[in-house]
Write a protein that binds this ligand. Structure first.
Ligand SMILES: Nc1ncnc2c1ncn2[C@@H]1O[C@H](COP(=O)(O)OP(=O)(O)OP(=O)(O)O)[C@@H](O)[C@H]1O
Length: 342
């Protein structure tokens, strides 16, 4: 029934459309094109997709920052049409945490707690700072913080009033890669410890897989697939989703297409190649790169879809540029995209 609250059912997005620049004689841009999505209470959902696919527009529509041209956004069964941003009970966290420069760290975290008694406020601020790993930082000035510390403070500030939904828009993208990876793990831990329901927008699939219980892949304003990280990786629904996740090439397969992932190819010498039992293809080494404790070999090879430049993992020794090597598929790094043949 419209308007009735159903506690604990979480976020429900139905057939939502977001358009920009629509006026007489101009069709405008359709940024979100009929998206339906549910986020259960306590669940963390990542909205993943390439730049311009409409992730931020969808998040902003859920927040109430962008009008919905069609469809509904509801929380715990109550339609949010006409409910302004500050009345939704949602927390927001953006790329640049937008801390108040003239307040200290504690003052920033306490921002949403103005209506609480002083002692309770202080206790909650200390609790949140401990949770984000910034115990004792309360009196520090914002200007004295590193980029990662600022985002931790922004997270603590967003969580302090116990929002019923936390919306995060690329909160880590201004940070360097190592820090981003560490903070993604921390954010997941904090969201789970506080049982916060959250939607996390990112264009980085590793980040989405680290943070989220389920990942919604968006493409050109629509949802391409919604699944748990392992399932998405194991069974991408379309070639487009697989490409976006980093599957590097696609080969004919009885049930559709065989998607070859970044760990789906190995460079082998003759003996170990034969031992795998798989067909050994031939390739020529273009480059080798040592990354994350393993050697990635860039090879030109024909796996059956014409000669392509591919990345394979070195099983044994590191080959030299221009070496002719054997290349085998490793099924553990491959997935079948069902029903697609090109
Ligand atoms: N305020 C706006 N006015 C007009 N068009 C907009 C506006 N905001 C976004 N768009 C357009 O809507 C589409 C979706 O943009 P959106 O920012 O939602 O995508 P995104 O997936 O979040 O991309 P990014 O990761 O680059 O932020 C794009 O074509 C964009 O150019």
């Amino acid at each position: 029934m419209a308007g009735r609250r159903e506690p604990g059912t979480g976020l429900s997005v139905r057939d939502v459309v977001v358009r920009y620049g629509q006026r007489r004689g101009h069709a405008g841009t359709t940024a979100v094109d009929g998206v339906s999505l549910d986020v259960a209470a306590g669940e963390v959902l990542a909205l993943l997709g390439p730049s311009g696919c409409g992730k931020s527009s969808l998040l902003r529509a859920v927040a109430g920052l962008e009008p919905v041209a069609a469809g509904t956004v509801a929380f715990d069964g109550a339609d949010l049409a006409g409910v302004p941003v500050h009345r939704r009970g949602f927390g927001l966290l953006f790329q640049e945490g937008q801390l108040f420069p003239h307040r200290d760290v504690a003052g920033n975290v306490a921002y949403g707690l103005a209506d609480r008694p002083r002692a309770e406020r202080a206790e909650r601020v200390a609790e949140l700072l401990a949770l984000v790993g910034l115990d004792g930082f309360g009196a520090r000035q914002v200007a004295e913080l590193s980029g990662g510390e600022k985002q931790r403070v922004a997270l603590a500030r967003a969580l302090a009033p116990r929002p019923r939904l936390l919306l995060l828009d690329e909160p880590l993208s201004a940070l360097d890669r190592g820090l981003r990876e560490r903070l993604a793990v921390e954010i997941r831990a904090v969201l789970h410890a506080t049982r916060t329901t959250a939607v996390f927008v990112t264009h980085d699939h590793d980040e989405a897989f680290t943070v989220a219980d389920r990942v919604a892949v968006m493409s050109a304003g629509r949802l391409a697939q919604v699944a748990a990280p392992e399932e998405l990786w194991r069974a991408p629904a379309t070639r487009q989703v697989a490409e976006f996740l980093g599957y590097q090439t696609f080969l004919p397969h009885d049930d559709g297409l065989l998607a070859v992932g970044p760990a789906g190819l190995r460079v082998v010498d003759g003996a170990s190649g034969a031992a795998t039992g798989g067909e050994v293809r031939h390739g020529v080494v273009v480059a080798t790169t040592f990354r994350r404790g393993r050697t990635e070999v860039t090879v030109d090879a024909d796996l059956g879809a014409g000669e392509e430049r591919l990345v394979a993992l070195a099983d044994g020794g590191v080959p030299a540029v221009d070496d002719k090597v054997g290349v085998v598929l490793d099924p553990r790094g491959c997935a079948v995209v069902p029903g697609q043949h090109r």
